[in-house]
Write a new protein. Structure first.
Length: 97
């Protein structure tokens, strides 16, 4: 999906599962920012998996022959950082008692 958004110039949003949001909050509260930045830095669509090996090979070949993995990686990292920024701001938002 990320590749299609880039190729078609469609705005991309990343929706994190609850487990990822919990991991983020716990890491921030424990002061483990390097764990988070390391995970974002290591993100690489070359290692992504698809529902079938045939689909995976096809998608990766399309990416390789068009935008390239680096462009997709940059876009995904950027949108992931956007989403993590939203979560970070929520840490400073008073929660109802």
């Amino acid at each position: 999906e990320s590749y299609v958004c880039i190729a078609q110039e469609i705005p991309m949003n990343i929706i994190l599962p609850n487990t990822a949001e919990t991991f983020f909050r716990e890491a921030m509260e424990a002061g483990r920012i390097r764990v988070l930045t390391g995970a974002v830095d290591e993100l690489n669509v070359r290692h992504a998996r698809a529902g079938s090996e045939q689909d995976e090979d096809m998608i990766k070949q399309i990416i390789l022959n068009t935008t390239g993995f680096d462009a997709v990686n940059r876009a995904v990292r950027s949108r992931l950082i956007d989403q993590l920024t939203v979560l970070f701001r929520e840490l400073f938002t008073p929660q109802p008692s």
